[in-house]
Design a protein around this ligand. Structure first.
Ligand SMILES: [Cu+2]
Length: 131
């Protein structure tokens, strides 16, 4: 349907514009923060990060991510693991990852997104999503 196609095109364009705007704002923020002598906060949140699952741990156990950013979860254990939303966390879990399997997860909702392994519930991690 042409209407659907047009909506998809607009959505794609919107994303591209947003990314550009975010990058521009980040540059502005960094310049501003450097002037104030406080570059730490400006560089804390990332748009992409990796979490390695190794030795029944998420490494790193906490990541600060920009909204709309992605985490690539990779399981390096021979045992299967998951990264499953906990405490009402809002993101799509990885499902079961076997050895050397990866899954890219998008985080669209700001806030503290806790997760755990639903096979080994003592395994916990956290993604802090910020604007
Ligand atoms: Cu596990």
């Amino acid at each position: 349907m042409p209407m659907t196609r047009r909506l998809l095109l607009l959505t794609g364009l919107g994303s591209a514009l947003n990314v550009g705007a975010i990058l521009a704002v980040d540059r502005w923020r960094q310049a501003d923060s450097l002037a104030e002598g406080d570059p730490v906060e400006a560089t804390a949140a990332v748009s992409e990060a990796e979490v390695i699952i190794r030795g029944f741990q998420y490494l790193p156990a906490e990541v600060t991510l920009k909204r709309g950013g992605t985490i690539t979860f990779t399981n390096e254990d021979s045992t299967p693991h998951t990264a499953t939303p906990l405490d009402g966390a809002q993101f799509q879990g990885t499902g079961r990852l076997r050895r050397n399997e990866s899954k890219v997860v998008v985080f669209e909702v700001t806030g503290i997104q806790n997760y755990f392994c639903d096979i080994h519930p003592s395994m916990v991690g956290r993604i802090v999503v910020v604007d």
